[in-house]
Design a protein around this ligand. Structure first.
Ligand code: NAD
Length: 296
């Protein structure tokens, strides 16, 4: 008997995640503000509710997958006041650490258990149930959340106390943003020096320049056939989402007093790219702007 889950936010990520919970045998009651998302979810076996509170009624666990911190705090404020003691609230959105901690405090103040559990793996990971979850919260809350998260993802990590999942997410994505710019600059320089993409790839992929942005997500077509560069830079992971995460990292750096000069630079570079109208391209398309290519 798998139990009942309320799922709020059935967009590009939440929709397929809720569908995987249905496949795993849970009764899932979903809510979203967008009628189109509701219809798609209904087709996947999600029971549609008329509000967030209706989705949560009678559920042992409620999951939110929303755009930003303010949406999560707003929905959790309603939920914490309405759901019974002992209900588990999980937020898998990517939000600022401060909003995550505020949400935990709201939940705890009302006798709920809570976990911040942002994801990496994108929409493909959401569909294939291969997401990586980075979780923050008490041991008790994590122990209850883990079996549910494992139905939507392949790797589930308990990173620490309240907000630690969001902290891990933005630190990881700051590495990713900086490394993608680094790899792209190296290919752009190699081109000017007459070096073929394959030659640079062959050397760097087994040398000290090796990193995920090079070997799994190479920003030029050819060396890694599955990378978005081979598919017109269709996301993948959109540049606008990378910018969002880099800005969250900068907000956290400012609040905590951490020096992140390259993270700040990466946020500026992606801000420029987004401002030029490229936010819906894959984030590896940044190489086009760094080349100074026409149209980039
Ligand atoms: P999305 O915009 O497709 O979905 C968000 C959904 O939330 C929308 O359908 C919207 O109608 C709904 N919504 C907003 N406010 C609501 C409210 N008050 N009540 C009910 N529904 C509400 O976004 P997404 O791509 O699914 O991303 C969700 C979260 O996951 C974001 O925080 C994003 O940063 C994060 N994320 C996305 C990806 C990705 O590749 N798309 C990868 C990792 C993490």
């Amino acid at each position: 008997m798998a139990g009942t889950i309320g799922f709020i936010g059935l967009g590009n990520m939440g929709g397929p995640m809720a569908a995987n919970l249905v496949k795993a045998g849970y009764t899932v009651r979903g809510f979203d503000l967008a009628p189109a998302s509701l219809e798609t979810a209904r087709g996947e076996g999600v029971a549609i509710a008329a509000s967030a509170l209706e989705a949560a009624a009678g559920a042992e666990t409620v999951i939110t997958m929303l755009p930003a911190g303010r949406h999560v705090v707003e929905v959790w404020t309603q939920l914490a006041e309405a759901v019974p003691d002992g209900t588990l609230l999980i937020d898998s959105s990517t939000v600022d650490v401060e909003s995550a901690r505020k949400s935990h405090a709201l939940a705890r103040g009302r006798g709920c258990l809570s976990v911040d559990a942002p994801v990496s793996g994108g929409t493909g990971g959401a569909r294939g149930a291969t997401l990586t979850f980075m979780a923050g919260g008490s041991d008790e809350a994590f122990a209850r959340a883990e079996p549910i998260l494992k139905r939507m993802g392949k790797n589930v990590f308990h990173c620490g106390a309240d907000g630690a999942g969001q902290a891990a997410k933005i630190c990881n994505n700051m590495i990713l943003g900086i490394s993608m710019i680094g790899v792209s600059e190296a290919f752009a320089l190699g081109e000017k020096l007459g070096l073929s993409h394959q030659a640079l790839y062959d050397v760097a992929s087994v040398s000290s320049g090796q990193c995920w942005s090079l070997t799994s997500y190479c920003p030029v077509p050819g060396p890694v056939p599955t990378s978005p560069a081979n598919n017109g830079y269709k996301p993948g992971f959109a540049a606008a989402l990378m910018l969002k995460d880099l800005r969250l990292a900068q907000a956290a750096a400012l609040a905590s007093g951490a020096a992140t000069p390259l993270g700040a630079e990466a946020a500026q570079v992606y801000g420029l790219f987004d401002g030029l109208g490229h936010g819906d391209e894959d984030f590896s398309a940044i190489i086009r702007m760094l080349r100074g290519a026409k149209g980039a």
